[in-house]
Write a protein that binds this ligand. Structure first.
Ligand SMILES: Cc1cc2nc3c(=O)[nH]c(=O)nc-3n(C[C@H](O)[C@H](O)[C@H](O)COP(=O)(O)OP(=O)(O)OC[C@H]3O[C@@H](n4cnc5c(N)ncnc54)[C@H](O)[C@@H]3O)c2cc1C
Length: 289
């Protein structure tokens, strides 16, 4: 399929890109890796008349540590994150997540920011960024704002970003001592998208009790979410196999599981419980090392 015709610009600065967005309103769309937008355009499900390619803007692919925070530019590709030596040490959940996204071609072009803004309910990044309690820097023509990732996902393919704004950075805590993490998913065999995916980031105290935990879930419902009930059951307690199993059973409580040709609702809820338990176990094991 061939998309409807469109104009294309590749601004060299963020200010220029934001001006173009403001001038063209909802007719314009940001182009990052194009791995979600271009298929939609080919299917005529998205019909922008102007594509604003932000890949030429300096600084948006940067990955750096600032004190105890990790800053990821929204244009950083999945592969860049997967292969970053800094992130292997300072935020290993990101590499674990990046390396199970799609295939090599997808990881080479697709960006973390594009994935978050596209907000596919089965995408991998949302689970990891939720588990880490990330914050998103959203830039507009007049100002910029930081938003907790929990307030970002509003529904399938719907987020709190306005048509006139650009996601520019993701801020995450660097891994602390005695912390462990894991991202596990049941992939849909053709695309690699998560039928269910669970990301866990936790920290234990010297006695092995759970000091803090974040659990992000994707694929289970129409938007990714943080499993607060499971987290609350674990915080302050020793992470025994029995407690992990009982806590993981709470992950689908109050959630309306998705049902599609890949998995029914009951099966998805079952997968969520199993993968939540396994991801907590794996993270706890790493934290104990
Ligand atoms: C074959 C295939 C397999 C895939 N498998 C997986 C998988 O297993 N797991 C997974 O999670 N994903 C998967 N994906 C999706 C992939 O990760 C995409 O790269 C990602 O969803 C979108 O990133 P992008 O940079 O390509 O964004 P684009 O396609 O360029 O943009 C997506 C949307 O976000 C907007 N946008 C992009 N960047 C910004 C920004 N900085 N600020 C504001 N708006 C922005 C665009 O306007 C557009 O609406 C797959 C894709 C394909 C084609």
């Amino acid at each position: 399929m061939i998309p409807a015709s469109f104009d294309y610009i590749a601004p060299k600065s963020l200010a220029e890109a934001l001006r173009a967005l403001a001038d063209h309103g909802e007719d314009a769309q940001i182009l990052a890796g194009g791995h979600s937008l271009l298929p939609l355009m080919k299917l005529r499900l998205a019909n922008p008349t102007l594509l604003i390619d932000v890949s030429k803007i300096a600084g948006l692919t940067e990955v750096r540590q600032q004190g105890d925070k990790i800053i990821i530019g929204a244009l950083a590709t999945h592969y860049q994150i997967e292969s970053s030596e800094l992130l292997k040490k300072s935020c290993p959940l990101l590499g674990q997540t990046a390396r199970v996204i799609g295939d090599v071609q997808v990881r080479n072009r697709g960006t973390i920011g594009g994935s978050l803004v596209h907000a596919d309910p089965a995408a991998d990044w949302p689970a990891a960024i939720l588990a880490l309690g990330g914050q998103l820097k959203i830039s507009g023509a007049k100002d910029e704002r930081w938003l907790d990732v929990e307030k970002f996902f509003l529904g399938p393919m719907t987020t709190a970003i306005a048509a006139s704004e650009i996601l520019t950075e993701i801020r995450l805590p660097a891994a602390a001592r005695r912390s462990g993490c894991a991202y596990l998913k049941m992939p849909q065999q053709a695309s690699g998208f998560a039928i269910v995916g669970v990301a866990v980031s936790l920290r234990v105290d010297v006695k092995g009790r759970c000091e803090d935990i974040g659990i992000g879930v994707t694929g289970l419902s129409d938007r990714p979410f943080r499993a607060h009930r499971v987290e609350a059951r674990l915080r302050g307690n020793k992470l025994t196999a029995k407690l992990i199993e009982a806590s993981a059973a709470l992950v689908s409580d109050g959630v309306d599981p998705l049902e599609d040709l890949h998995a029914g609702a009951d099966y998805r809820a079952h997968l969520a419980r199993v993968y939540t338990g396994r991801a907590i176990q794996a993270a706890a094991k790493r934290a104990a090392k």
